[in-house]
Design a protein around this ligand. Structure first.
Ligand code: PMP
Length: 417
């Protein structure tokens, strides 16, 4: 029997990532994942950003085992628990206090998409307006509201909200665009056909679109425009956050302070499901139960998240991260020079190797060669023409360099064919 036969027989056609990876995985530690074929792979896919601290971080794993052995509460709706208190206190100590933020934490359903739903709903409730500005190339999730603000035409279905104004992002596959001037015009021009939006939702790095990072200046102008016009700024940090773009938040280097911030994926640090919205305190206009749900108290995620947050106070971790960022930047600058590569883009620990429009088959070939050589990577971009490099941010630098070398060789081999 082919080892993927069970999945082909029984799992819905909707399955996706596994289609590029004909392997069955069983164990994983750090940046390495082991498959039933007996081989070990460097995991530069990292759960699409849910494993920024790698697989089975030993401190988190041991803390989980200890907590479970002591019969710690595992499910708690939104009841008070000791573990939730610890988690909220670490958010305050590690995220809010160092930034001087006065925010509240909302626990949503455990996927990023539900955090996006909550943020959009709250912005509409707080302003009494309905329109949302989003950007070409945006990815915010697959539930109806989140999909309505996502750019992909092919994923859209009939019946989505049309209260969305899409404008091109600062940069993208079709080049740069002055979206701030567009927004200025929209606000001033009585002929725009549109009232002011409730919110602008933005990713500090559009990763699914092909890894396009917003400049500090653009984010600052967007913050200013939203502030001047009483529009809520939602930063969707679900993929770019939790260290992926180099700082804890991807927008951090611009110095802006968003009104709402969505986090999911790596916020638990261990790949356990948890999503939250950080809400500027005066915007917390929810009434009790306005956005409820059964799975909003993943105590195991609260436990591992505290350990993950504590790493941002650990000098050794920060040093490793900074060395890794330098290694990524160096490697990507080299990939960009390979004849036939359209561009290499890197922001912190996320990078895209762009084969150019119409060249998804070449990107897929490079991805398959990398897999054969022991490195697992995903593709992104409008049609999968960009190899997406997303290693755990704390990958030992020698492993990172080894994986990057394999990627370079695979890209060159695909193009030399
Ligand atoms: N926002 C962004 C920026 C994302 O990258 C994703 C997931 N790729 C989501 C929202 C949706 O998160 P989830 O898949 O957990 O629903």
């Amino acid at each position: 029997m082919k080892n993927t036969e069970t999945f082909e027989q029984l799992e819905s056609n909707v399955r996706m990532y596994c289609r590029d990876v004909p392997l069955v995985f069983d164990t994983a530690v750090g940046s390495k994942i082991h498959a039933e074929d007996g081989r070990e792979y460097l995991d530069f896919f990292a759960g699409a950003g849910a494993l920024n601290y790698g697989h089975n971080d030993p401190r988190m794993r041991d803390a989980l085992v200890e907590y479970l052995s002591a019969n710690g509460v595992t499910h708690g709706l939104d009841l008070h628990t000791s573990m939730k208190r610890h988690f909220l206190e670490s958010i305050k100590r590690d995220l809010f206090e160092p930034r001087g933020w006065d925010y509240k934490v909302q626990f949503t359903g455990p996927t990023g998409a539900d955090a996006v739903e909550a943020a959009l709903k709250l912005a509409r409730k707080a302003t009494g307006r309905s329109k949302i500005v989003s950007f070409y190339g945006a990815y915010h999730g697959m539930t109806a509201g989140a999909l309505a603000v996502s750019g992909s035409r092919t994923r859209r279905v009939a019946g989505l909200s049309s209260d969305v104004i899409f404008i091109p992002y600062e940069d993208g596959p079709y080049g740069e665009f002055d979206g701030i001037a567009f927004l200025d015009r929209l606000a001033r021009d009585q002929g725009s056909g549109s009232e002011l939006p409730a919110a602008v939702i933005v990713e500090s790095v559009q990763i699914q679109a092909g890894v396009y990072a917003a400049s500090n200046d653009w984010l600052q102008q967007l913050r200013k425009w939203t502030q001047d016009n009483g529009v809520i700024l939602i930063c969707d940090e679900i993929q770019a956050g939790c260290g992926r773009a180099g700082d804890f938040f991807g927008f951090e280097r611009s110095g802006i302070q968003p009104d709402l911030v969505t986090c999911a994926k790596s916020i638990s640090g261990f790949g356990l499901p948890m999503a939250i919205v950080l809400i500027r305190s005066q915007l917390d206009v929810w009434q009790p139960g306005d956005h409820t749900g059964t799975f909003r108290g993943n105590q195991l995620a609260f436990l591992t998240a505290q350990i993950a947050l504590s790493y941002w106070r650990n000098e050794e971790f920060l040093k490793l991260l900074s060395n890794n960022i330098a290694a990524m930047e160096r490697a990507v600058a080299g990939f960009a020079e390979i004849p036939g590569i359209a561009a290499g883009r890197c922001r912190g620990m996320i990078a895209g190797v762009d084969f150019g429009r119409g060249n998804a088959a070449l990107a897929k070939d490079a991805q398959q060669r990398a897999l054969q050589a022991g490195v697992l990577v995903e593709r992104c971009g409008p049609n999968g023409e960009v190899i997406k490099l997303m290693p755990p941010i704390n990958t030992p630098t020698d492993q990172l360099e080894q994986g990057l070398k394999v990627i370079g060789e695979s890209v060159a081999a695909a193009l030399a064919k």
